[in-house]
Design a protein around this ligand. Structure first.
Ligand code: SF4
Ligand code: SF4
Length: 366
């Protein structure tokens, strides 16, 4: 099998999302907690050398630890970090941050902590006390000298007010960036997705874009990842990948059983299997029509490979999500002329607006 996976992002990084376990210490209602150990084993079942050999062939790898809750297997994280040269990223719920020693934390480039926003919104879905525990974890990471990118990773549900919750997280002063994913397509818990989308989400995105620009007028760049990820296309002239998370192209996930998957969510999907860590990486699935002919494709990249293939919500659901994506892209792009003026005037630096600098697992399009 071909071990070289396609390098299509502007900076040529390849992201290896490494599952350390299928087990989780929480049972958030979006995903229900741990994976079935028969599908994603709760321990790593392939030899470390296989992973090291795969990653070591790469001149500039990014390794992101993932689970379940990756810190439930901190030993494996240490082993990998002691064996490969890479940029390191982790997606964690933060409850077990002390399982890993500060000297390891200081070597991370990006830490994504799962938090949905205000306490009542977060704890309704993730469990009582979780919000406070995440903030304590963020504070502790800074205390022990973690200087990398600290990213709040939100799951957006019907309870989310995107304006209020993103603003809340930014105002905490703990996080460098805030990113969100819609709990859409794989979830059937929405009461009225369309009503929420038009009555809350779309106006919330507009208000957030207004706030983003207002702050920029004063020289402050709010780290709102979906906005920055769309803006990056116009600032660099390089289209976003398809899909923008890189799934199956510049990003692969390695499950604890050794399977190489295009997307870390797609553990049950045959279409996502691209190989095995012991054998190498083969061809990945690709996004096709209607996305490749869509005028928003440069920015959206087809949004999400998993949603594209699974279509749990059918065509209508797909199209509704497209509307939300287009709305977000339009809100960013309509502010582009003023942003370019602010760069010209020296109020904000172009370089500081280009984010992410490498694929740090923030998927750009919510
Ligand atoms: S907006 Fe919809 S159709 Fe267009 S690229 Fe994105 S997902 Fe595909
Ligand atoms: S955005 Fe979609 S395809 Fe990409 S990693 Fe997330 S679920 Fe997978």
């Amino acid at each position: 099998m071909n071990k070289e996976i396609e390098r299509v992002n502007d900076l040529n990084f390849v992201l290896y999302i490494v599952f350390t376990t299928g087990q989780c210490n929480l049972r958030c209602d979006y995903c229900g907690g741990s994976f079935d150990p028969g599908v994603v084993p709760w321990g790593v079942k392939y030899p470390l050398e296989a992973l090291v050999s795969l990653i070591s062939e790469d001149p500039d790898p990014v390794v992101a630890f993932y689970g379940g809750e990756p810190l439930l297997n901190a030993r494996f994280i240490r082993e990998v970090m002691d064996s490969v040269e890479a940029r390191f990223v982790i997606q964690t719920n933060g409850l077990l941050v002390r399982q890993l020693e500060p000297e390891y934390w200081r070597r991370f480039d990006a830490v994504l902590l799962s938090i949905d926003g205000r306490k009542e919104v977060n704890d309704r879905h993730r469990g009582k006390g979780v919000h406070d525990a995440v903030l304590a974890a963020a504070g502790w990471l800074r205390e022990v000298g973690y200087k990398g990118d600290l990213i709040a990773r939100m799951t957006v549900t019907e309870d989310t007010d995107v304006y209020e919750d993103v603003r809340y997280l930014l105002n905490l002063g703990l996080f460098d960036h805030v990113h969100w994913q819609l709990d859409a397509v794989w979830s059937d818990r929405w009461r009225d997705f369309e009503g929420w989308a038009r009555g809350s989400y779309e106006p919330g995105i507009t208000a957030l874009a207004d706030l983003w620009l207002r702050e920029m007028e004063g020289g402050r760049i709010l780290g709102i990842v979906p906005f920055l990820g769309v803006l990056r296309v116009d600032l660099t002239g390089v289209p976003n990948e398809s899909p923008p998370c890189g799934a199956g192209r510049s990003a692969v996930a390695i499950s604890t059983d050794g399977r190489i998957l295009a997307c870390p969510i797609a553990v049950y999907s045959e279409w996502a299997v691209m190989g095995d860590v012991r054998e190498g990486i083969g061809e990945g699935p690709r996004i096709g029509e209607p996305c490749v002919s869509c005028p928003y494709f440069r920015y959206c990249g087809g949004r999400c490979l998993f949603a594209y293939f699974e279509r749990y919500w059918g065509e209508m659901g797909f199209e509704l999500l497209c509307e939300l994506t287009k709305h977000l892209i339009d809100e960013v792009r309509s502010r582009l002329p003023r942003i370019l003026e602010l760069i010209e005037l020296g109020i904000v630096r172009r370089e500081a607006l280009i984010y992410p600098k490498f694929n740090n697992t923030t998927e750009i399009i919510p």
